[in-house]
Design a protein around this ligand. Structure first.
Ligand code: SER
Length: 888
C-alpha cells in the first residue's frame, strides 16, 4: 500500500467517525520552546490545556514532524528519520480510552476492502502504563487481545509528554511483530527491533511541570478535561504494509537512494559506511525540502543552522560516495516527485526549494575541498604530536572560513578518532552568538499563561472597527494585570483592558500598534500598546491617567488620526517595496519579516548577496512608479485556496485561518494576504526613499525606506546639505561632485609636494646640525632639536645622515622632534662609538623620562616617541650628562 494511500485511509476512517480533518500545520509554529513541530498534537496544545475552546470536539490530521536531536544517528541504523508524518486522532474532552482503542484497532485490522489496513490481528501487541487497569481490560475484554500480548511498562515508555511543561498522560502503544527472524520472543519489553511500535494512544489527562528526563517530572494536576491524542507513524506503517525491511526501502525514500547511486556510481547494500551515506542523503534531502518549503533558509543559528547542517551533510555524503559534480538538484527532483502527491507545495514551490538547496551546495562545494585538506592536515599534526584533541582554532576556521558546521567537524573528528576543543571553539564563536541572540528578539506574549484570557476568548474575538472608523464606542470586558483579573483600576495604574470592540490596530503582520486614547465619564486613559492574544483578542496595554475604569464601563476609544495616516502609508509602502523587489530580483526574494510605522518601513527577505547599486535604484524606481500610477487599493475576504490561486503572496510559516483578507494594490502589481491598514490609493503613500541595504544574517538582506512626509524631510535635508556644499565650493550643485574630485586630486598632489619639500629641508639641515657637534671626552656628541616637520622616517634619515657626516670618529647623535604634541626621537651611534661600548638603545633612559617617552632599539640606532615637549631641554641636558659620565 503506497504511503499516500495509508494517509488517506487514516483520515477517511476518522472523518467517518465524526472527526474534523485538520490540515498539517507548518513545521515552524510560533512556539519559542520548539524548534520544529515534533508531534501531531502540537497545534492543539491550547485545547488540551483548556486555554482555548476547540472549534470541534474531535479532530484528525497527518502532521509533518521534524526531530533533529540525533542527526548523527541517522543512517547508522535504519530506525532514525529526521522527518516523519504523524497521523493522529484527537478528542478534546469528548471520547476517551475505550473509543480510542476501538478506533485504532478497527483501522489496523479492518479489511483492505473496507478501508482498513488489513493487518493480521495475531501480529499485534499492546502495552499499557503500569497501573492502567482500565486500558488493560479494554484491550483484554473488549478487543479480545490475549493477556500474553499485553505488557505493562513504566513511565519511560508509557507515560507521554512533549518533554517540556504542558499536557501529559499515560499511554498505550501498539506494536507489530515482524516474526522470529527479527529477534527474540517476549514482546516489546524484550525486543523493539522485532516488535515495531506503530501507534501511540495517549490518554491526555494531566499537566506536567519542569523536569529533567522522560520519567522525572512533577505532575501539576489534572487537565480540565480528559482528552485523547494519538500518533501513528505513517512511515513505519508504510514499510510494514509494503513488506520491505525498513523505512528506507519504502516508496518515499528508496527512489532517492537509487538516484544517489546513479549520481555517485556507488552501490547501496554493499558496504556499511556507504549505506550510511546513502541513508543520510535520502533522509536529509526530504527533511530539507520540507523545511525550505515552510520558509526556513540556511543560516548560522536556530532553524537555519539545522537546515544548513542537513544540506551540508548531504553534500559531504555524496562526495564521499564518489560524486564529482553537484548532485543536489537531481536529488531534490526525486524528493519532489515522491512527496508531491501528499504535499503539492513541493511541486509548486520547487524552483525556490531548488534555488536554496543548490545555492547551499554550491557555497559548500567551493570550500569543502580546501576545508577537508585543512582538516586532514590538522588531524595529522595532532596525531603526530601524540595528542587526541583537535584545536578550537581549527574548528573555528573550518566553521568561519570553510563553512563547516561545528557538528560536522565533531563528526569528522570522531570518525578520525579525535575529539575537538569545543570550549576553545565556543569562545571564538561568542561574538557570532551574541549577534544571533540580538536577532532572536523574544516575541511578546511568547511564554504568557493564557488562562486568564480563556473565558474572554470563548466569548469570541474582539471586533476590530478600525478599517472603517477611528472612533468607536466600546464596553470594558476585563481589567487585567500580571495574568490576574482586577475588575477595576484607577489613576496611576498600568493595566490591560479587554474591550468588546476597538478601532485600535493591534500589532501584527509587521505593522506596529496604533496609538490612541480611551475616555469615559471622568476617565482618561493612555494606550501604550495593543497586542493580540491567540490572534483574536485585543489586549490594550494602558495607563489610567484620570478616574477609575471598571469592568462593564462604556468608553470611547480613539485612534490618533495622524498616526494612523502615517501607519497606512508605512504599510502600503511595504507592499509596494515588496512587489518592486520581486519584480526586480525575481521570486526568490522571499519575505522573511517586516516592520512598518508612520514614516518608516523595513523589509527583510532571503537573498544570497548584497544588492547592486543598479538593483537598489531599480527597486526604488519601480516603487515610486507604482506610487505615481495612483493604483486603487482593494481589500476583500476570501478563502485561502482562492487567494493562493489568484497569486496572493503569503508569509511562509504563518498559519492563516480558512478566511483570509487580501490586499491588492494595482491588481497584479501587488497582492498579499494581510490584515493591516492601508491607504486608498497608492499615491497616498507619497515618495518612497530607499535608505540602503544591509545583511541581517547569512542569506538575508534588509532594505529600509522612508515614506510620506518623512521621505520628503529626508530628501529636503539632503538637498540642504548639497546646497551648503555648492555655496562653499562656489559651483552649481551638479558640479559639486566634479569639484570635490578635482579638489581631492589637487590636495593629493599638494601633499606630495609638501612632503618632498620637507624632506629636502630636513636633509639640508643635516650639515648645520653636524656642525654643532661637541666633543665630550673623545666622543663627538650631537644633541639637538630637529627642524620642524621631521617625524618618523625623515627623522631617522636625518639622524643617519648627520652620523655619516661625522666620519670615522666615535660619535653619538640625538635628535628630538616636536610636532602636534608628540616628541619623536632618534639616537644613532657610529661604529667607533659602539667599539667604545656606547649603545644607542641604552641611552634612551637618559632623556626619555623628561619628555614622557619610552623607546628602544639596537646599539646602532634607537627610536621612540615622547609626549611632553616642555621637557625637551632637560632631555638634551640629560643626554649630554650621560655621555659625559660614559666618556669621563
Ligand atoms: N503525542 C504522542 C506522540 O507523539 C501521540 O500523538 O507519540
Amino acid at each position: 500500500m503506497q504511503t499516500h494511500e495509508i494517509r488517506r485511509r487514516f483520515l477517511d476512517h476518522f472523518v467517518k467517525a465524526g472527526h474534523t480533518e485538520v490540515p498539517s500545520a507548518s513545521l515552524i509554529l510560533a512556539d519559542p520552546n520548539l524548534l520544529f513541530v515534533n508531534a501531531g498534537m502540537v497545534p492543539f496544545v491550547p485545547y488540551f490545556l483548556g486555554q482555548q475552546t476547540p472549534p470541534f470536539p474531535r479532530a484528525t490530521s497527518v502532521q509533518k514532524c521534524v526531530r533533529t536531536l540525533d542527526i548523527e544517528e541517522v543512517g547508522k541504523t535504519t530506525r532514525h528519520n529526521t522527518f516523519f508524518q504523524m497521523a493522529g486522532n484527537f478528542s478534546f474532552g469528548d471520547y476517551f480510552k475505550e473509543e480510542a482503542i476501538a478506533f485504532a484497532w478497527s483501522l489496523l485490522t479492518g479489511s483492505v476492502a473496507d478501508g482498513g489496513y488489513g493487518i493480521d490481528p495475531e501480529k499485534l501487541w499492546a502495552t499499557v502504563y503500569l497501573d492502567d487497569d482500565e486500558a488493560y481490560s479494554i484491550w483484554h475484554d473488549r478487543v479480545g487481545l490475549p493477556a500474553a500480548r499485553i505488557q505493562r511498562r513504566g513511565m519511560k515508555d508509557n507515560y507521554w509528554s512533549m518533554g517540556i511543561p504542558g499536557p501529559c498522560g499515560p499511554c498505550s502503544e501498539i506494536f507489530y511483530d515482524r516474526g522470529p527472524e527479527y529477534g527474540v520472543e517476549g514482546g516489546p519489553e524484550a525486543d523493539e527491533d522485532r516488535y515495531i511500535e506503530i501507534w501511540n494512544l495517549v490518554f491526555m489527562q494531566n499537566e506536567r511541570g519542569g523536569g529533567t528526563s522522560k520519567d522525572d517530572y512533577e505532575i501539576l494536576g489534572p487537565l480540565p478535561k480528559k482528552n485523547i491524542d494519538t500518533g501513528m507513524g505513517v512511515e513505519r506503517v508504510a514499510f510494514l504494509l509494503q513488506g520491505v525491511e525498513n523505512v528506507y526501502e519504502t516508496d518515499l525514500l528508496r527512489p532517492v537512494i537509487d538516484k544517489a547511486a546513479e549520481l555517485t556510481g556507488a552501490a547501496y547494500g554493499v558496504k556499511h559506511d556507504d549505506d550510511v551515506r546513502f541513508r543520510v542523503i535520502a533522509d536529509h534531502a526530504r527533511t530539507a525540502a520540507m523545511l525550505i518549503v515552510d520558509g526556513v533558509n540556511p543560516g548560522n543559528d536556530g532553524r537555519g543552522y539545522v537546515l544548513r547542517r542537513l544540506l551540508r551533510r548531504i553534500v559531504r555524503s555524496a562526495r564521499l560516495l564518489g560524486a564529482e559534480r553537484p548532485t543536489m538538484a537531481a536529488i531534490m527532483t526525486v524528493v519532489r516527485d515522491t512527496m508531491a502527491p501528499s504535499y503539492p507545495e513541493l511541486a509548486t514551490d520547487f524552483s525556490r526549494i531548488e534555488t536554496v538547496a543548490v545555492g547551499e551546495e554550491a557555497a559548500f562545494l567551493k570550500t569543502l575541498g580546501t576545508g577537508s585538506k585543512l582538516f586532514e592536515g590538522a588531524v595529522e599534526a595532532v596525531k603526530a604530536e601524540g595528542r587526541t584533541v583537535l584545536g578550537g582554532t581549527e574548528a573555528f576556521t573550518l566553521h568561519d572560513t570553510y563553512g563547516f558546521p561545528i557538528d560536522l567537524t565533531l563528526e569528522m573528528a570522531s570518525e578520525a578518532g579525535l575529539s575537538v576543543d569545543e570550549d576553545g571553539f565556543r569562545s571564538l564563536m561568542a561574538e557570532q552568538r551574541q549577534r544571533a541572540k540580538d536577532d532572536a528578539r523574544a516575541r511578546k506574549h511568547a511564554h504568557a499563561d493564557l488562562t486568564v484570557y480563556k473565558e474572554l476568548l470563548d466569548r469570541g474575538p474582539t471586533e476590530f472597527t478600525g478599517f472603517t472608523e477611528l472612533v468607536s464606542e466600546a464596553n470594558v470586558l476585563a481589567v487585567i494585570t500580571g495574568g490576574e483579573r482586577l475588575h477595576a483600576a484607577s489613576a496611576g495604574q498600568d493595566v490591560e483592558l479587554i474591550l468588546d470592540r476597538s478601532p485600535l490596530y493591534a500589532e501584527a503582520g509587521g505593522q506596529i500598534a496604533d496609538i490612541g486614547s480611551i475616555t469615559g465619564q471622568g476617565l482618561r486613559i493612555k494606550v501604550n500598546d495593543v497586542q493580540k492574544i491567540a490572534k483574536q483578542l485585543w489586549v490594550h496595554k494602558v495607563t489610567v491617567l484620570e478616574g477609575q475604569v471598571v469592568e462593564g464601563d462604556s468608553v470611547l476609544v480613539q485612534v490618533d488620526p495622524e498616526w494612523r495616516k502615517g501607519a497606512t502609508q508605512g504599510h502600503s509602502g511595504t507592499h509596494l517595496v515588496h512587489a518592486a523587489l520581486r519584480q526586480v530580483l525575481g521570486p526568490n526574494a522571499v519575505q522573511a519579516g517586516s516592520l512598518n510605522k508612520p514614516g518608516y518601513l523595513r523589509f527583510d527577505f532571503s537573498w544570497p548577496s548584497a544588492l547592486t547599486e543598479q538593483q537598489k535604484q531599480d527597486i526604488e524606481a519601480v516603487t515610486n512608479e507604482a506610487v505615481a500610477s495612483n493604483f486603487p487599493v482593494n481589500t476583500f475576504v476570501t478563502d485561502l485556496d482562492k487567494a493562493k490561486k489568484m497569486g496572493a503572496m503569503a508569509l511562509f510559516g504563518e498559519n492563516y485561518g480558512d478566511e483570509v483578507r487580501v490586499v491588492e494594490i494595482g491588481g497584479p502589481f501587488s497582492m498579499e494576504l494581510c490584515g493591516g491598514t492601508h491607504v486608498q490609493h497608492s499615491s497616498h503613500v507619497g515618495t518612497v526613499t530607499l535608505l540602503g541595504e544591509q545583511s541581517v544574517g547569512s542569506g538575508f538582506r534588509r532594505v529600509e525606506a522612508y515614506v510620506g512626509l518623512d521621505s520628503y524631510r529626508h530628501l529636503a535635508k539632503e538637498r540642504a546639505l548639497l546646497a551648503g556644499l555648492s555655496s562653499t565650493l562656489k559651483v552649481p550643485s551638479e558640479e559639486v561632485p566634479g569639484r570635490v574630485e578635482s579638489l581631492l586630486e589637487r590636495l593629493k598632489v599638494a601633499e606630495k609636494e609638501l612632503e618632498k619639500t620637507r624632506a629636502a629641508n630636513v636633509a639640508a639641515a643635516a650639515g648645520d646640525i653636524a656642525a654643532k657637534a661637541q666633543r665630550v671626552g673623545d666622543v663627538l656628541v650631537v644633541a639637538e632639536r630637529a627642524p620642524r616637520g621631521a617625524t618618523g622616517n625623515t627623522l631617522r634619515t636625518l639622524a643617519s645622515d648627520v652620523r655619516g657626516r661625522l666620519g670615522g670618529d666615535a660619535a653619538v647623535v640625538l635628535l628630538l622632534g616636536d610636532s602636534d604634541g608628540k616628541v619623536p626621537f632618534v639616537v644613532a651611534t657610529t661604529d667607533a662609538a659602539r667599539a667604545k661600548g656606547i649603545k644607542a638603545g641604552d641611552l634612551v633612559s637618559s632623556f626619555g623620562p623628561a619628555i614622557g617617552g619610552r623607546g628602544g632599539g639596537k646599539p646602532d640606532m634607537a627610536q621612540g616617541q615622547g609626549s611632553d615637549a616642555s621637557g625637551i631641554d632637560t632631555a638634551l641636558d640629560g643626554f649630554r650628562n650621560r655621555l659625559r659620565e660614559l666618556a669621563g
